[in-house]
Design a protein around this ligand. Structure first.
Ligand code: PLP
Length: 407
């Protein structure tokens, strides 16, 4: 019989956003849900909770219109549908994002055109977007990755000059601010996700916001099979889906919305502790936030220099795993444009539509065109983060990083 040595380090389990330990779900959600079930009205076409969510979220952002949807992906799809692309129109986006921000472009007949990112922030910039603008550009989607705002002033100036609408993907960036102003309210449309692992959650869910009443109307219609609810002579006006959020989700969302400020403040506070604790470790860079911007820490993303840290991000991730810390080196394993959907153009049957409509340059995924994207992914180490971290968790994380980087 072998006797195992005691583990070298006592493990501290971190709260997880995949279960109650890392979420703010509780009594308020239960009460609201019970009310919906007792009412027997589970659809938002009749109930009040989704309407309350939409009103409350719009007020929270200080924007005229918010519409709830069944997911963040549905919210992005809705925003694109509101812009009414022509087949083959180009949408400039980023290779470091969730696939749910990309496939809606193809479903609307658009061509995703990938811009490079700033390797320090992992975000697109006006400089990386500019070379991809063409006469066929119909929209720009910016992703505020990990909760860190994109440099919106310059991006919006460029977009205005070209008269191209900007969709802000704020799935990871609730209440983040660029130069004091809330992201999601800066572009033409803003999209949010309520998926399990976001700042607030209904399991699945999304929201799209805009100041523009005509676009808001198209968002509402697209979510509702383009049926003109409330019109004197309603009809199905155009091609659209049922992307409605149910009242069950709406009830949970209304309760979650009241906790959003707490979740964001708490994440920012604990992330600041980690940033402080990780200063002056050679080869470890803490998040780069533009002066005047507010990062809301969907995740806490380090940059690891493989010349100074043995094994780079991968090596550090492996050593953290031995201490029970589930980090994600590279975040996504490869840029989106290296996934099969883009490499093999697998879309509708064997048609390859809408790729068949694209300019060849729009489909040029040569890695040499994306130095920032590849440099970023090579160094990214994503630490899980949520609003239930305490000083003890942050200290445990900081010590684990210190000890495994400088043994
Ligand atoms: C989560 C996420 C989405 C998609 O949201 P779902 O609710 O999962 O469909 C889109 N974009 C980004 C940046 C995300 O993080």
């Amino acid at each position: 019989m072998s006797i195992l040595p005691p583990p070298p380090h006592p493990l501290l389990p971190l709260p997880s956003d995949q279960d109650a330990s890392g979420r703010t779900l509780g009594e308020a959600e239960m009460v609201a849900l019970a009310e919906v079930i007792a009412s027997g009205t589970l659809t938002s076409t009749r109930g009040e909770f989704v309407k309350r969510l939409e009103k409350g979220f719009a007020e929270r952002l200080g924007i005229a219109h918010a519409h709830a949807a069944s997911s963040g992906t549905a919210a992005i799809h809705t925003a694109l549908a509101a812009l009414d692309l022509e087949p083959g129109d180009e949408v400039i986006t980023t290779g470091i994002t969730d696939m749910g921000a990309l496939t809606p472009i193809l479903y609307q007949g658009g061509i995703p055109v990938f811009a490079d990112v700033d390797p320090r922030t992992f975000n697109v910039t006006a400089q990386t977007i500019a070379p991809h603008l063409s006469e066929r550009t119909r929209a720009i989607i910016v992703t505020h990755l990990f909760g860190n705002p994109c440099p919106m002033d310059e991006i919006l100036a460029l977009a205005r000059k070209q008269q191209v609408p900007v969709i802000e993907d704020c799935a990871q960036a609730f209440l983040a601010r660029h130069q004091g102003r809330l992201v999601g309210t800066l572009g033409t449309l803003g999209c949010f996700s309520l998926q399990q692992g976001k700042h607030i959650t209904t399991g699945e869910g999304g929201l799209v916001v805009t100041e523009d009443p005509a676009l808001a109307r198209r968002c509402f219609l697209f979510i509702n099979k383009a049926w003109g609810y409330g019109d004197p002579h309603p009809d199905h006006y155009f091609l659209a889906l049922n992307y409605r959020m149910s009242e069950l989700q709406g009830a949970v969302a209304v309760a979650q919305l009241s906790k959003l400020q707490f979740a964001v403040e708490r994440r920012r506070e604990t992330a600041a502790w980690l940033t402080e604790a990780l200063q002056s470790i050679p080869g470890i860079e803490t998040p780069h936030v533009e002066a005047g911007d507010t990062h809301v820490f969907w995740k806490y993303c380090l940059r690891v220099d493989p010349n100074l840290v043995p094994g780079g991000a991968q090596g550090l991730g492996k050593r953290l795993k031995e201490r029970g810390i589930a980090s994600a080196p590279r975040y996504i394993q490869k840029p989106a444009f290296q996934c099969e959907i883009f490499q093999k153009q697998r879309t509708f049957g064997t048609s390859r539509y809408p790729f068949t409509l694209a300019r060849p340059e729009a489909l040029d995924y040569d890695p040499a065109r994306f130095p920032g994207t590849f440099a970023a992914l090579a160094r990214i180490l994503v630490l899980p983060w949520n609003e239930q971290y305490t000083r003890e968790h942050v200290t445990y994380l900081a010590n684990a990083i210190h000890e495994t980087v400088q043994p």
